[in-house]
Design a protein around this ligand. Structure first.
Ligand code: SF4
Length: 422
């Protein structure tokens, strides 16, 4: 049965995985304490527990490698409304990698709950030892049994100053215990000791969870510090920081009456990110809502460069992009990066550099030599052609945006427009 917090009862974990109990009990606990899904910001981390994101009806943020607590801290710092709830999920692997973040959140007593899914090994990557693996517990990297003792994460966080710390054995009904932790104002840390059937049970058959926990000298329990949650002084609230950003006034009108999804893609150095930023600004100055998301390899200066821009007359609640209305391609790197999407287009518009073979697509195709204006200007050239064909954003809005961004001197707009009109 689905709950207000989970959109499916079939969670994406292996059969018998303790993460299933934590997720379902969390859903029950949040409902019990009277929260609505959109009152909750769930921040997840690397590891099997993190694949829960798509089943949640809450806000979600996906973090990496133990940094989820830092992300949750950022959300908590920025929160104006302390009735909203920030919950950070991470595993024992992520807790080991990001231990400092957990300690700092506890020390500062940030207003969030950290739920450590402690199945005593790295599940997602094949069952390796973590910093919370008990002595003698067998893992793929310690087949004779872990020779080291586990961190006592409850002791560490309680000593650091978290308002509420609890250790729970991940068996039976744990919703009430979670509800208590989720109700705390300040930093609450929950360690749920559970088991990974795929590796933990396989390498440690016949061992009981309670016996394993006791072998560490750990017990279930609750430990508290009588402290108030940390709050930013009013003068540095996030809204004040946002208020310092310049407002982009509406100076233009465009021809858009519905949400439009555009992808610009090419190679590093072709100005894809700059051109999409110009488009985003032009669209804002035309009275639209906009999101822009860049994507490129960590090896800066080589490989593909892609930018996704959502433009809508209405508020945009989701900045992802399922099926673009238009894709602008200026190089082979960009084509390869977006090939699947281009192949999947049933309609819409594909602007593609004429040096490239036109791939299979249901989109209307316009093939043109965008690189003739110089590789650095290829993306902007494709953008100006897109604007001319669709009328979605006016030429003047693009030129204004370009000038407002201080690029007027650097980009040979007249040359590009000459080419466009030739
Ligand atoms: S590998 Fe282990 S931790 Fe991961 S989903 Fe399967 S049982 Fe759970």
């Amino acid at each position: 049965m689905s709950t207000p917090f989970l959109n499916t009862p079939n969670l994406p974990f292996c059969k018998g995985c303790g993460h299933d109990l934590i997720a379902k009990s969390t859903a029950q606990a949040l409902e019990k304490i009277g929260l609505n899904p959109l009152d909750v910001i769930m921040v997840t981390d690397i590891g099997c527990h993190g694949i829960i994101d798509k089943t949640l009806n809450t806000h979600t943020v996906h973090g990496l490698h133990g940094r989820s607590v830092a992300l949750g801290a950022g959300v908590s710092f920025a929160m104006e409304n302390t009735d909203k709830k920030v919950i950070v999920f991470l595993g024992d692997g992520g807790s080991t990698i990001g231990l400092q973040h957990i300690i700092e959140a506890s020390r500062m007593n940030l207003n969030l709950t950290i739920v450590i899914h402690n199945n005593m090994l790295y599940g997602m990557t094949g069952g390796q030892t973590s910093g919370l693996t008990p002595t003698g517990f067998r893992t793929t990297t310690a087949m004779e049994g872990n020779p080291f003792s586990a961190h006592d994460i409850c002791k560490l966080t309680h000593t650091a100053g978290a308002a509420y710390v609890t250790r729970i054995l991940g068996i039976g009904n744990i919703a009430d215990k979670l509800a208590e932790a989720y109700s705390v104002k300040g930093c609450s840390v929950v360690e749920v000791v559970e088991i990974c059937p795929s590796y933990g049970v396989k390498f440690n058959p016949k061992r009981k969870l309670s016996e394993i926990m006791e072998s560490m000298g750990h017990t279930e329990g609750v430990w508290t510090n009588d402290r108030l949650a940390y709050t930013y002084p009013n003068s540095t609230k996030m809204n004040d920081l946002l208020a310092k950003l310049p407002v982009i006034e509406q100076k233009h009108t465009g021809g858009l009456d519905k949400h439009y999804q555009l992808v610009m893609t090419g190679s590093a150095g072709e100005g894809v990110q700059v051109a999409s930023a110009i488009l985003a600004r032009a669209a804002l100055s035309s009275g639209y809502q906009v999101t822009q998301k860049g994507s490129y390899p960590v090896t800066v200066g080589v490989g593909f460069s892609t930018s996704e821009v959502n433009i809508s007359p209405e508020a945009i609640h989701y900045h992802g992009m399922a099926s673009p209305d238009a894709i602008l391609v200026t190089s082979l790197d960009g084509l390869n990066h977006q090939m699947k999407r281009i192949n999947a287009m049933k309609d819409g518009l594909l602007l593609i550099d004429s040096s490239l073979e036109v791939p299979t697509t249901g989109a209307k195709v316009v093939s043109h030599d965008f690189r003739i204006a110089g590789p650095k200007n290829a993306a902007l050239y494709s953008l100006l052609m897109f604007a001319k064909i669709t009328g979605l954003v006016k030429r003047d809005a693009i030129i204004d945006a370009l000038n407002d961004m201080g690029l007027g001197e650097k980009i040979p707009v007249e040359k590009i427009e000459g080419l466009l009109n030739s």
